[in-house]
Design a protein around this ligand. Structure first.
Ligand code: ZN
Length: 78
């Protein structure tokens, strides 16, 4: 008796540590992620947007992809 109970208590305490504040930091990430902006019409996109979608948008804008999104970095090419 004693040791087993202590170990159990420690395990339960450790399980409570992770997870707190995740929702808040996720919001911040979402804000920061809205950094793909069409330079022609100022429409914003998440930086995780697929290049296909941006290309489709630039077509609608009647501009080249590089004109609408000169700073776009394809996340799949990293
Ligand atoms: Zn546009």
């Amino acid at each position: 008796m004693g040791n087993g109970a202590k170990a159990k208590t420690k395990r339960e305490r450790d399980q409570k540590k992770p997870g707190t504040g995740v929702a808040k930091s996720q919001l911040k990430v979402n804000e920061a992620a809205k950094n793909t902006i069409c330079q022609r019409c100022r429409q914003t996109f998440l930086c995780t947007v697929r290049r296909d979608a941006l290309e489709a948008h630039s077509t609608k804008c009647n501009a080249a992809f590089d004109v609408c999104f000169p700073t776009y970095v394809d996340p799949t090419k990293k």
